[in-house]
Design a protein around this ligand. Structure first.
Ligand code: FE2
Length: 394
């Protein structure tokens, strides 16, 4: 038994929409308290932005060991893993409470995969990885609410899609894994942008999806253009200025593609571009700039990165409490002046959008390694209609 809400007809006049988004729910790292609270919230629709399962066999040591107890590779393995994750009552409640719009990131298949190329250290290489990708996407399709248009065809699955919420919002759900070029510089941290990261011939979205997105920008009359996106779009430098150290898996490894989207939105008069993102296991609110080396660069959009539901365990406000490269909030905020908010607790994100204003509530938990944590709103950020960039609510 579940509840859903019928969306407005195409182009209908819509005065408000409320939605939630979540990501990164490693079953072994924490309880799904956040998803239980999300189920109690009153939203019209919810989004899952990736890492719905983790492929690893490792366990987080809180009595929620992974099944099967190994890294998953076969279709049977992936099915068992989904079965385990979906046995969680909070996750079940979240699905029963509202319709979900889902897109996978990397861990639904294999860490940091890129099209037909697995991570360098992956236990599956070559044809074995291709078979694994097909199995993983098949299990994703079987277990998540997707339309028949997403039914896998061998290695491929049609996941990028657009959901219009009347004349208020177009949700452009992106797929940044199936079509991307391999990560630059060995898929790690780079102390300066390698040539490949700025090479205009490289892509994170694939050329067809990029054209689809930009065409949608040109045609749409919706007030807000949203990208439902996997990995951070705003530059994320992890060391104090003036040095720079950026990761090659998110959009920082595909700057030319990022700029084609941001400049492309601008050229098509999109003045309310908002990107919602998972992956990072942190809450962040950032301005999207055309040139992160130029402090006077135009702000062309806003990004809200939502923290993990459970991945990395309890976390903390400015320090996640685990050995994680982005764990020091003071350093990250100082190194990235376009980033206005940082938080490393677990939770989910709630948004309320009207024609005049976008509001984002970062909903956080004091702990997830034990059940029963209360939820609260750590901060609210707004975007005003026609004014790109995030502002603290006062
Ligand atoms: Fe994750």
């Amino acid at each position: 038994m579940g509840r859903t809400k019928t969306g407005p007809t195409y182009g209908a006049r819509v005065g408000a929409v409320s939605f939630a988004f979540a990501s990164c729910q490693n079953y072994t790292h924490g309880h799904y308290t956040a998803l239980g609270h999300l189920a109690d919230d009153d939203v019209d629709v919810a989004f899952h932005l990736g890492d719905y399962i983790y492929e690893s066999g490792a366990t987080g040591g809180i009595g929620r060991a992974h099944h099967p107890a190994k890294e998953i590779v076969s279709l049977a393995d992936y099915r068992v893993r989904y079965g385990q994750y979906k046995s969680d009552p909070h996750l079940q409640a979240a699905h029963a409470s509202v319709a979900w719009v889902v897109v996978p990131d990397d861990h639904e298949v294999d860490n940091n995969w890129a099209d037909e190329i697995p991570e360098e250290s992956s236990i599956t290489q070559g044809d074995a990885f291709l078979a694994r990708r097909a199995a993983a996407l098949q299990a994703y399709y079987e277990n998540l609410p997707l339309r028949a248009s997403a039914m896998p065809d061998g290695l491929d699955m049609q996941l990028y899609r657009r959901l219009s919420y009347g004349n208020l919002i177009d949700f452009n759900m992106l797929d940044t894994r199936q079509y991307r070029d391999d990560q630059a510089a060995g898929d790690g941290w780079a102390t300066a942008y390698p040539d490949a990261a700025v090479d205009p011939s490289r892509t994170m979205m694939g050329w067809e999806q990029e054209r689809w997105l930009l065409d949608g920008f040109a045609r749409s009359r919706a007030r807000w253009q949203v990208l439902g996106n996997q990995a951070s779009m705003a530059e994320t430098d992890k060391v104090p200025r003036p040095a720079k150290e950026v990761h090659m898996d998110p959009w920082d490894g595909y700057i030319a593609n990022r700029n084609r989207i941001l400049q492309g939105a601008r050229d098509r008069n999109v003045d309310n571009l908002v990107v919602i993102t998972g992956d990072r296991h942190k809450n962040c609110a950032s301005d999207l700039l055309l040139d992160y080396d130029d402090p006077d660069s135009a702000v062309v959009g806003s990004e809200f990165v939502g923290t993990s539901a459970s991945s990395l365990g309890d976390g903390g406000d400015m320090h996640g409490g685990r050995d994680n490269p982005l764990d020091d909030g003071e350093v990250i905020l100082a190194a990235n002046p376009h980033m206005k908010f940082f938080n490393a607790q677990r939770g989910y994100v709630r948004c309320h959008v009207t024609p005049s204003e976008w509001r984002t509530d970062f909903r956080v938990l004091p702990y997830v390694t034990k059940p029963g944590a209360p939820i609260s709103t750590r901060a609210t950020y707004v975007v005003e209609n026609g004014v790109p960039g995030v502002q603290r609510d006062r």
